[in-house]
Design a protein around this ligand. Structure first.
Ligand code: NDP
Length: 323
């Protein structure tokens, strides 16, 4: 089968399309014939080595496709089932081995490409808005990079829960996309001081929660945007990892809460995974949640997809079409 392989961490050029042996499922595993793989920022972290993985490896943490074979003991899935998953590495390939407990069935009528585009960022937006800081109509949230794949879904879910959303984005065209997603206010954070703007837009009070996936370049200022006892959710490193801080900083800025969540910990049980994936896929199928596909690439063009994602060119979802 064809797969993207990384033998040495580094730039996008380190991703090579190679011919490798198609794997066979071990007990508890399912071999999925991949139709489409999502491209996510976490793939960049593995490629650069920020998140370590033994080399060589195939990147990609999200896909949808059909079941090609099942390992011993797998009863929930059979050959030909349409399935989707997130957070098992190796989806930039024609086939991938996935633990059966990480798979969900794709509802009839939903295209596999759409399911591949929704899983990882959709379930992330779901846990952030429903569990890490469960939003309601009394809350105001500051959402950074709100036109991005995750940001646009998080903005929509925050609005579904009735919260007020202040969004930040890197360009005027992204501002329009954030507004389409439902943002009440949009700040161009490359041109405007987002701390001063957030204070102004909340009459000096500050927001209840900041969802910050940008990391190093926004973290400290984001703390200044919170009301006393507000929650800082730092969930990504698009501009680099956040350096260490003293806990006393949180007290001096108003007894703040700080968390650094990951999707894996918020899909800790089969029930939790089925709840989040079920909500996301059914909302996409009904049109309640809108996915914007920025571009669909061939597997061989994975390096270009990474350049577009890292270069802040893209908004919405980047996909690899494989099967
Ligand atoms: P996005 O589509 O959001 O792309 C990243 C965006 O970040 C860019 O478009 C850009 O938007 C913004 N950005 C700001 N500064 C930089 C920079 N220096 N370099 C590159 N981009 C920058 O990607 P994803 O939706 O895939 O991921 C978004 C974030 O969410 C990532 O940090 C990712 O790690 C995190 N994440 C975390 C998860 C978790 O469970 N912890 C799960 C899923 C995603 P703009 O131009 O508007 O500034």
């Amino acid at each position: 089968m064809k797969a993207i392989r990384i033998h040495q961490v580094g730039g996008p050029e380190q991703m090579k399309l190679e011919e490798v042996e198609t794997p066979r499922p071990a007990p508890g595993q399912v071999l999925v014939k991949i139709a489409a793989s999502g491209v996510n920022f976490i793939d960049v972290y593995f490629r650069t080595g920020l998140y370590p993985a033994p080399t060589p490896f195939t990147p990609g943490m999200e896909a949808a496709g059909t079941v090609e074979a099942v390992g011993e003991g797998v009863t929930e899935f059979g050959v030909g089932d349409r399935v989707a998953y997130a957070m098992t590495r190796g989806s930039y390939a024609e086939y991938a081995l996935v633990p059966a407990h990480s798979l969900v069935k794709v509802p009839d009528g939903l295209e596999l490409e759409t399911a591949a585009a929704a899983m990882l960022q959709g379930m992330t937006a779901h846990y952030l808005s429903h569990s890490t800081f469960p939003l309601n109509s009394e809350h105001t949230a500051l959402i950074h990079a709100a036109a991005g794949g995750t940001g646009a879904l998080l903005t929509q879910m925050a609005k579904m829960r009735g919260a007020r959303v202040i969004a930040t984005v890197g360009s005027a065209s992204k501002a329009a996309r954030a507004r389409q997603a439902g943002a009440d206010e949009v700040i161009l954070y490359n041109e405007q001081d987002f701390e001063a703007e957030t204070r102004r837009l909340t009459n000096g009070r500050g927001v209840d929660v900041v969802y910050d996936s940008v990391g190093a370049s926004t973290f400290l200022k984001s703390l200044n945007c919170l009301r006393p006892r507000g929650m800082m959710v730092t969930f990504g490193n698009a501009s680099g990892p956040v350096p260490a801080i003293e806990p006393l900083l949180l007290s001096s800025k108003g007894s703040l809460f700080l968390t650094r969540p990951t999707l894996t910990n918020y899909c800790a049980s089969r029930d939790e995974l089925l709840w989040r994936a079920g909500d996301v896929l059914s909302w996409v199928a009904s049109g309640a949640l809108k996915l914007e596909i920025y571009q669909t690439y061939e597997l061989a063009d994975a390096p270009q997809a990474h350049r577009d994602l890292e270069g802040r060119v893209s908004s919405g979802k980047l996909l690899l079409r494989i099967g």
